[in-house]
Design a protein around this ligand. Sequence first.
Ligand code: ADP
Ligand code: MG
Length: 391
Amino acid sequence: MTKKTILDVSVENKRVLVRCDFNVPLDDAGEITDDLRIRAAVPTIQYLLEHGAAVILCSHLGRPKGKIVESLRLDPVAARLSEQLGVTVKKVNEVVGEAAAAAALSMRPGDVLLLENTRFEPGDEKNDPDLSRKLAALADLYVNDAFGAAHRAHASTAGVAAFLPAVSGLLMGREIEVLGKALEAPERPLVVILGGAKISDKIGVIENLLTKADRILIGGGMANTFFAARGYEMGDSLVEQDAISTAADLLARAGSILVLPEDVVLADAFSAQANAKVSLPDKVEPGWRILDIGPKTAELYERLIAGAGTVIWNGPMGVFELEPFAKGTFAVARALAASHAMTIVGGGDSAAAVQESGVADSIGHISTGGGASLEFLEGIELPGVAVLEDK
Ligand code: ADP
Ligand code: MG
């Protein structure tokens, strides 16, 4: 599982093609509303520049589906990255082609070039070897630093590695190291907290972690399907009928590893203005729905987190977007922050909840990959990682 990183190879006087995850949110005016992903890419780029490389960057942005979409050009990324690096990032308007090749060939150490949105090329998502070969021809070394796209076998995330030596960047390297250790050699007890809307998104994660974790604490909408499997009436709660039998099977196999909420917060509408009350999970009346874990459950989870050696958290405990139902999620966020354990947060909404709760700086590792971190936790080998050279 240990993969070479840029620290393990010489980059001096090389042209290095770096696949980044610059898939940033844009507003209607095309302005970047959150540049976390750009900032996260800076250490790798800076390291390469300081060690005498010329750096060719590429990334996808949004879903242009193999066509040029003017609003998804990477020019705003080039501008923001230039500010962050203190170096002018030159941008070309194509991924591969004569202009890209000419720009790449004229580069000197210390130069930075950004290629156009890789998904303007239909060959990217198809993992077309022809596109991979053309991308590879621009450079001497391939660096994958796009953990957020590592679960996709695309030309720019995986295919290109067939034609160039391939190693991970610093961001990708840390993701693999932290998540890998948590799964393979965690400080124990390993406590996993799983929430979010749907159990069907996370069945693979539960399956894989059932044999690895000491406790799996369940919250969020997915708890409802487990309750339904126990035969509880769920009122208007979100329940996945299709997954009830799977949930029953997991409950039967999990023993004491799987922990369900002892109490829940009910609402009589899906709204911040709804009437709300704390209830036992088997006392949900018609017209009411579960929107958060209750205070006793929050306390229990806080205690189990405090006693953990490693904590992995994916999925909010409730509908934290509505203030009255954010308490359970924020309690878990604060418990992670206060813990002495190695704490890991994966998942876009969970990461957002941690930011909102103001304790992000006290979390050990906030993964930059939503889908990728989930697949990693499922035990699936990510294509963008598999193609990198072993140490
Ligand atoms: P992540 O992005 O961290 O992986 P998910 O996307 O799986 O998390 O789930 C996040 C969503 O789950 C949030 O939008 C939240 O409102 C929703 N959610 C949490 N608890 C409930 C609940 N009890 N009922 C309905 N939706 C819920
Ligand atoms: Mg999500």
